[in-house]
Design a protein around this ligand. Structure first.
Ligand code: CP3
Length: 354
């Protein structure tokens, strides 16, 4: 495995340099959900896999789709192709993805259901995902030595939302009600997830991931006191667990729709970078977050669908706001399946021209 760190201990890959606090310009670029249904080559493998969980647990196919957007666009980061719901799957909660419905899980809503979950041994049961990480890392070392490999997991709160609700939702009423009505029970689930997620992420790092990202897609549903209790505190505990075993691993946190709570999140969780969602004003974030902490984001995925001058104007506004600090260009949320692939090429040209 080629080393990403030269003898002076500083990384050479642009994305890792930014996570180390350096200003790199033009900034490194990757897109959330960059492997996905907008790419015909993804749809071909997806059809061959049949169902989504099979795609995530078959290393040959998962590694192939992870590398597809790197071959096409030469992004600065590759993100493991998997899903945040593979942790509950590895804890023993039945999971399937139904066409047109998104993820479906058997909801866990009482002590018996939560007690039946297995918080230990998750990395072993997810061994096929670790094999994907090893294959992707070997592929990047051979084909794209400047592209960094990002491993990821959902944050405890967002994953708990899906586990309790049992499916996607606009408001995740069941888990949010449980958090208020029975905080001891919800807290037990959060603690199990924190431990399981730490093991799962350490295993990804051992398999070759060079940075780790925490997706907290539903953090923004919570009022401030609940945000501190269920987003900031468990994320900080997770980071402490990771730090014991991975003292120098760069971490990116993405508390989506956190609004002004982003500042406290950035200060207290212990990550090296924070993601900005589509609704965040990058100038506000630049003022609210420490100058040496990297920011990542936040082009509107709809601007990428539109393309043309709208795309260029929006991308340049973000670049202008982020100039002079460590920054990683990305979208503010995952790429949409209707995005024309040539608009992504146009975006790469705009960002790489600085
Ligand atoms: O970014 C990447 O390219 C890496 C792969 C990745 C996927 N999901 C693949 C995926 C990552 C990082 C995720 C994270 C994820 N998964 C999140 C957090 C980010 C976010 O979007 O808020 C969440 C909430 C999930 C749960 C999930 N997975 C949902 C709600 C859905 C259905 C929505 C949809 O687009 O169909 C998924 C399915 C999923 N995960 C797809 C992909 C490419 C689409 C499934 C398919 O190809 O059929």
């Amino acid at each position: 495995m080629a080393s990403e760190t030269p003898r002076d201990g500083r990384p050479t890959k642009p994305l890792l340099r930014v996570l180390d606090g350096e200003q790199v310009w033009p900034p490194p670029l990757w897109l959330m959900r960059q492997a996905g249904r907008y790419l015909p080559e993804y749809r071909e493998v997806r059809a061959r896999a049949g169902d989504f969980v099979t795609l995530c647990t078959t290393p040959e196919m998962a590694a192939e789709v992870t590398l597809q957007p790197i071959r096409r666009y030469g992004f600065d980061a590759s993100i493991l192709f998997s899903d945040i719901l593979m942790v509950p799957w590895a804890m023993g909660q039945p999971l399937r993805f139904a066409e047109g419905e998104g993820p479906l899980l058997e909801p866990v809503r009482d002590a018996a259901a939560i007690g039946a979950l297995r918080a230990t041994g998750v990395a072993e049961r997810a061994a096929s995902i670790m094999e994907t990480v090893r294959r992707v890392r070997a592929g990047l070392d051979a084909e794209a030595p400047r592209t960094a490999l990002i491993g990821f997991a959902g944050s405890p709160f967002t994953v708990a939302c899906y586990m309790v609700e049992g499916r996607g939702s606009k408001d995740f009423a069941a888990p949010r009600a449980m958090a208020h009505a029975d905080p001891a029970l919800f807290g037990r689930l959060i603690r199990m997830l924190t431990e399981a997620t730490a093991d799962y992420l350490v295993a990804q790092a051992e398999a070759g991931a060079e940075a780790l990202m925490l997706f907290d897609s539903w953090a923004g549903l919570l009022p401030p006191a609940q945000f501190r209790r269920w987003v900031i505190e468990p994320s900080a505990s997770l980071v402490r667990l990771l730090r014991k075993r991975l003292p120098t691993m760069p971490l990116i946190g993405f508390p989506r729709l956190a609004g002004p709570m982003l500042a406290e999140y950035a200060q207290r969780v212990g990550v090296q970078a924070v993601g900005m969602d589509t609704a965040m004003d990058p100038r506000w974030a630049a003022a609210a977050v420490a100058d040496d902490m990297a920011l990542q984001g936040n082009l509107d995925p709809q601007a990428l669908i539109a393309g043309g001058p709208a795309l260029e104007v929006e991308a340049r506004a973000i670049l202008g706001a982020m100039r002079g600090r460590p920054f990683i260009f990305n979208l503010g949320h995952g790429i949409e399946k209707t995005t024309p692939p040539e608009h992504v090429s146009a975006l790469v040209r705009v960002v790489r021209s600085g």
